[in-house]
Design a protein around this ligand. Structure first.
Ligand code: 13P
Length: 288
């Protein structure tokens, strides 16, 4: 199945009280592991690409070529969206041109007026080209690819203003943070989430910083309207730990253990296991 935008899968998720996972990709192994797991579990999936990962993978057209090739070669029939994560205005336009099916414009660091103006322009472009568009209000805490956010709670009235522009889905800061959560993290602000949900009605909400959020909080967030959950760091940690174990056990020194197809296999399996665990937790299994 060719790439789809994220609108239909997220509308269904919101109505069905589950969430679709966005898993960020870094290379061929990442992409293949996520696509195969989604297919095995009959789950819709969103592949996330940050601008930094985009550069690392030789640019957006390379990524579009790789993902489209895999959809075909691996006979992927579940809905897959290829989505720019935390895009700049120019980055969003470049991904639209390159063949992504979904983009995020993160204007949360602008004053609300500028965030609105830029989001509005992208709504028009995405509507014309049939892409889904994610907007952000209130920055997500922590650091991701050099983008640093303070972990604010979004203003529900500002969320309503951005939602009314016609975006497909909205990321709103509710105390969530990219990367590992600190010991003294106060948890998600469900009061903020509820207030935003009440203001924006049916629009799917996006929870960034999916790594390390306790299961009960994930479930509560879904019950309050979160329909897309982003996970990045957790796959990286799983990949690194499995690779470390392989090397520390000296397996790269045995036979042809140095072959990248062997060396990267445990990390690949670890990503698959992480994605499976998340899809089961988010409730997207058999929802393709
Ligand atoms: P984590 O790296 O904390 O899982 O966050 C991912 C994310 O929100 C991508 O936008």
């Amino acid at each position: 199945m060719p790439l789809v935008n994220a609108k239909e899968m997220l509308t269904k998720a919101k109505a069905g009280h589950y969430a679709v996972g966005q898993f960020n990709i870094n290379n061929l192994e990442w992409t293949k592991a996520i696509l195969l797991t989604a297919q095995e579990l009959n789950s819709p999936v969103i592949l996330g690409v940050s601008e930094g990962a985009g550069k690392y993978m030789c640019g957006y057209t390379t990524i579009v070529g790789m993902v489209n090739g895999m959809l075909n070669e691996l006979n992927i029939t579940v809905p897959v969206a290829l989505h720019l994560d935390h895009g700049s205005y120019d980055g969003a336009k470049a991904c639209i041109e390159a063949g992504f099916s979904s983009v995020m414009f993160d204007g949360s660091h602008y004053a609300i007026e500028e965030n609105i103006a830029k989001t509005k322009e992208l709504v028009a472009i995405c509507e014309e080209k049939g892409l889904s568009l994610e907007a952000e209000v209130g920055s997500i805490g922590g650091e991701e690819d050099g983008v640093v956010g303070a972990g604010e709670c979004a203003d529900p009235d500002e969320c309503k203003m951005i939602a009314d522009l016609g975006v497909t889905m909205l990321a709103a800061g509710i105390g969530n943070i990219h990367g590992k959560y600190p010991e003294n993290w106060a948890g998600l602000s469900f009061d903020t989430l509820e207030a935003i949900s009440n203001k924006i009605g049916d629009m799917p909400l996006v929870l960034h910083g999916g790594t390390g959020i306790p299961e009960d909080m994930i479930k509560k967030a879904i019950s309050l309207g979160v329909s897309k959950i982003n996970v990045n760091t957790e796959c990286q940690l799983a990949f690194a730990a499995a690779t470390r174990e392989y090397v520390e056990a000296g397996k790269d020194l045995q036979g042809k253990g140095f072959d990248p197809r062997k060396l990267l296999a445990p990390g690949f399996e670890a990503i698959k296991a992480t994605v499976k665990e998340k899809m089961e937790l988010f409730g997207s299994v058999d929802k393709a």
